[in-house]
Design a binder for this molecule. Structure first.
Ligand code: FAD
Length: 287
């Protein structure tokens, strides 16, 4: 492991100034559950680590305001899954965040870190995307809002520049009826990264949206706008035909976790289950 400077700024302004000073040589850190593993394995060698945990103007709370849920960048996954607003409005995010790592990991790991790491297998990202989430990105020049659908550029790459920080995550409170669900396959039960994962949502206009993870260099969005997947008259054959056409937008690879053929097969199997749960949640709300 290379030497690095460890810095703990107290304000967002100072954190951004430090990132600016290091140029591409510094990395932000919150929980460190991705970053420290990468450093220990020699996959990252920053000159400086900017620890954000003590930055007073980055929030560690979740609030609802003007139809939006706002999740501060310092919110850890354990707090997220216990939060009343998240449990009520985004149960699929509770499902996804609850299986990240272990209790110890979730006590440190943040939703923002899961997003910013840019892993195509990040478990919370598909749910955030089917809910139309966005992030606020801060830089020395001000802030901008970026939809997650345009945030990921490839493995480990996002539109967040090295001198910028994600300071909060935003989710529209779904207008009912709305149903969403999450699913994943792992090599073993318990602590493991997804072989494939996905989320599915159905909205009041009958549009079914899937986001597939670990199935391409970035999460893949695919929609059925015909209303068929959400409709009452859905045969297994028709369902599988549409799911197969949505899955054809993915480009899974073979790697240490699985072969691409297995990934493709699992995408179909899991998408059936996730669709069924999203339909059940939707129907419960639609009455
Ligand atoms: C044993 C183990 C099991 C795991 N299991 C899972 C799993 O099941 N599913 C899963 O999805 N992940 C898993 N992970 C990965 C990891 O725990 C999550 O991705 C976690 O949410 C990362 O959050 P963090 O706060 O620790 O991020 P950090 O490690 O602090 O940061 C992650 C990345 O984001 C950047 N970053 C951090 N904060 C910001 C910011 N505010 N603005 C811009 N960039 C920023 C960092 O520079 C770094 O590149 C696991 C990790 C371990 C070690």
């Amino acid at each position: 492991m290379e030497d690095f400077q460890y810095l703990r700024p107290k304000t967002l302004k100072d954190a951004l100034a430090l990132l600016d000073r290091f140029g591409t040589g510094a990395r932000a850190m919150i929980g460190g559950t991705d970053l420290m593993v990468r450093i220990l394995k020699g996959h990252a060698a920053p000159d400086g680590i900017i620890d954000l945990k003590q930055v007073q103007d980055i929030s560690n709370t979740i609030d609802a305001d003007d139809g939006m849920l706002n999740i501060g960048a310092l919110v850890v996954l354990s707090d997220l899954v216990q939060n009343r607003l998240i449990r009520k409005h985004v149960p699929a995010l509770v499902d996804a965040a609850s299986i990240v790592g272990s209790v110890q990991i979730r006590n440190r790991a943040t939703l923002t870190g899961n997003i910013c790491n840019g892993s195509p297998a990040a478990d919370t990202v598909p749910v955030l995307m089917v809910h139309g989430a966005s992030v606020t990105v801060a830089g020395t020049g001000g802030t901008r809002t970026v939809p997650l659908s345009g945030f990921f550029l490839g493995p480990g790459k996002t539109v967040c520049a090295p001198s910028e920080l994600v300071v909060s995550v935003h989710l529209p409170i779904p207008e009912e009826p709305f149903g969403a669900a999450f699913g994943r396959v792992t090599r073993r039960k318990g602590v493991d990264l997804a072989t494939v994962n996905m989320a599915c949502s159905i909205n009041g206009e009958g549009i079914t949206t899937f986001v597939f993870g670990a199935a391409g260099p970035a999460p893949v969005i695919a929609r059925d706008e015909s209303g068929t997947l959400a409709g009452k008259e859905l045969s297994d054959t028709r369902r599988d035909g549409i799911l197969a056409s949505l899955i054809s937008k993915t480009s899974p690879i073979s790697d240490v976790r699985a072969g691409k053929e297995y990934r493709r097969a699992m995408l179909l199997t899991i998408s059936r289950r996730v669709l069924m749960q999203a339909r059940q949640r939707y129907t419960r709300q639609a009455g």
